[in-house]
Write a protein that binds this ligand. Structure first.
Ligand code: ATP
Length: 244
């Protein structure tokens, strides 16, 4: 069994619905583990807290109670060195990648900004971006376009290339094919699967669709009413439902 890469320990998260409104518990005593290099699915009805859990694992949201450990270190009490390694190693690919590129910069300029922040020299970046484009199946010419000049599938590939600059160990894929038409969905899912097989990067795949989750993950969790449990896709309850 490979070592645990990241885990949540009795994580609890509540959102207040409005200034005077009641609080709603989204996650309660959530304990999950993701091992190095494995691909895990996360399913659940709409609004059940899948993205919230993804953001907590990525360090974008903080739990109210409980903690997250990355390679055995509690990230909420980590020193700067561990925190930086964790933030670089755990990346999230969002549902609407087009919206994550700066609207008035070319895609290449947006990606280069991230490379600057990561400390790439311009020659390292130039060497790296060509091979990243090849890995995600994008012609480098597309880098000179603006976000409104690329398709949804191209945006997803380019967002993945940008993430790969930081050499992640876990990518949280939040509905990575929603909004794409069927043939592009299949291309992106095959790209993600080939990539995972080759590079052994761990995935947390968030999806409503058992077929997508079954295609891309070996182990699955389900969130319902704030409770996260490990499930098998082979149970009739899950097999026969699209959870939405
Ligand atoms: N920042 C926030 N402030 C208040 N409520 C929030 C916030 N973020 C999410 N929520 C609420 O928390 C609940 C869970 O949201 P979340 O986006 O995690 O669900 P989800 O399972 O990913 O949903 P979907 O499948 O529809 O994307 C929802 O009721 C949502 O409205």
């Amino acid at each position: 069994m490979p070592p645990v890469l990241i885990e949540t320990n009795h994580v609890h998260k509540t959102y207040r619905q409005s200034l005077l409104g009641r609080s709603q518990a989204i996650l309660s005593h959530c304990c999950i583990q993701i091992y190095e290099g494995e691909s895990v699915g996360l399913m659940g009805p709409s609004g059940s807290g899948k993205t919230t859990l993804g953001k907590i694992l990525a360090g974008i949201e903080r739990p109210d109670k409980g903690d997250v450990s990355f390679r055995g270190n509690n990230i909420h009490s980590a020193n700067q060195e561990i925190w930086s390694d964790y933030r670089r190693s755990v990346q999230m690919l969002f549902q609407d990648p087009q919206g994550t590129f700066h609207p008035f910069r070319t895609i290449g300029q947006s990606i280069e900004c991230v490379a600057d922040l990561l400390g790439y020299s311009s020659s390292d970046y130039n060497n790296c971006i060509t091979s990243l484009c090849e890995k995600v199946g994008i012609h480098p010419e597309v880098l000179s376009r603006y976000p409104d000049q690329i398709s949804g599938g191209q945006a997803q590939r380019l967002a993945l290339a940008r993430i790969l600059l930081s050499r992640p160990r876990l990518i949280i894929l939040d509905e990575p094919t929603s909004g794409l038409d069927i043939s592009v969905q299949a291309q992106i899912l095959h790209l993600l699967r080939e990539f995972q097989n080759r590079e052994k990067i761990a995935y947390l795949l968030i999806s409503h669709d058992p077929a997508v989750v079954g295609f891309l993950s070996n182990r699955q969790y389900l969130i319902r009413n704030g409770i996260v449990s490990e499930i098998s896709l082979n149970t009739p309850e899950v097999r026969n439902t699209t959870i939405n």
